[in-house]
Design a protein around this ligand. Structure first.
Ligand code: DC
Length: 226
């Protein structure tokens, strides 16, 4: 056990509800919750803002080294992230920023810099950390590792529903193709490809609702703690 409790990793493909599950689990445990994707998005935002080329290895690395992340714990456990003192909020979720994030996250040295910053947040435990490589690279020694997955078809359905609920138009086939392309890219990249850690509990969420996934994760945590 670490000073403040366990380090719990939740990795998996996009659109499996990792963040919602992670946040709910952190709140139940009184732990902090960190989404590591937000850190890649922050780097991407700065690259975008400064009009740098996301494939310019050295410029992206230099920027990553300069970034200062600070975190403020919210009542629900979420670690609110400030980048160079500023809260970037929804700007991090712009479509353009997501596209740049997917490129800068292939920069091996920049990944090492961000990985180091993630370790500083989680080293003492008491944290649920969500991402793609938390259980494999950031914390291979995490006490408990989860890997959430769902079929591409189910994730496309969920995304369509989400967009329609927000009053936006959604094309199921286009979304499905995008999800498949992203899965391929994420799992075939040379650095920290997306894959379950050998000791991860794999949860297929295709036929489960959020409450059932949270329940499954909490059961494993209680078994570990017992
Ligand atoms: O989970 P997300 O969509 O917010 O992640 C943004 C990008 O960062 C996405 O392209 C995957 C990448 N990422 C990563 O490479 N490693 C992580 N641990 C988390 C995110």
């Amino acid at each position: 056990m670490r000073k403040n409790g366990l380090l719990i990793s939740i990795d998996g493909t996009a659109g499996t509800g990792k963040s919602s599950v992670g946040l709910a689990v952190a709140a139940k445990l009184g732990y902090g919750f960190l989404s590591t994707g937000e850190m890649y998005r922050a780097l991407a935002y700065k690259v975008f803002e400064q009009k740098l080329d996301p494939t310019d290895h050295d410029a992206v690395l230099a920027l990553a080294q300069k970034l200062v992340f600070t975190f403020e714990r919210q009542d629900n456990g979420a670690l609110k992230m400030f980048v160079d003192g500023a809260f970037l909020g929804e700007k991090l979720h712009l479509e353009e920023v997501g596209a740049v994030a997917s490129k800068v996250s292939t920069n091996k040295e920049a990944r090492a810099v961000l990985t180091d910053k993630m370790r500083q947040v989680g080293v003492n435990g008491g944290v649920v950390m969500e991402g793609r490589d938390v259980g494999t690279v950031v914390f291979p020694d995490a006490e408990l590792k989860f890997y959430l997955d769902a079929s591409a078809e189910e994730r496309a359905k969920r995304r369509v529903k989400q967009l329609e609920e927000n009053g936006q138009k959604a094309d199921y086939n286009a979304i499905l193709a995008m999800i498949k392309e992203r899965d391929y890219r994420d799992s075939h990249r040379a650095v920290a490809p997306l894959k379950p850690a050998k000791d991860a509990v794999v949860v297929d969420t295709s036929a489960l609702n959020m409450a059932q996934v949270i329940q499954k994760v909490m059961e494993k945590i209680s078994q570990y703690a017992a």
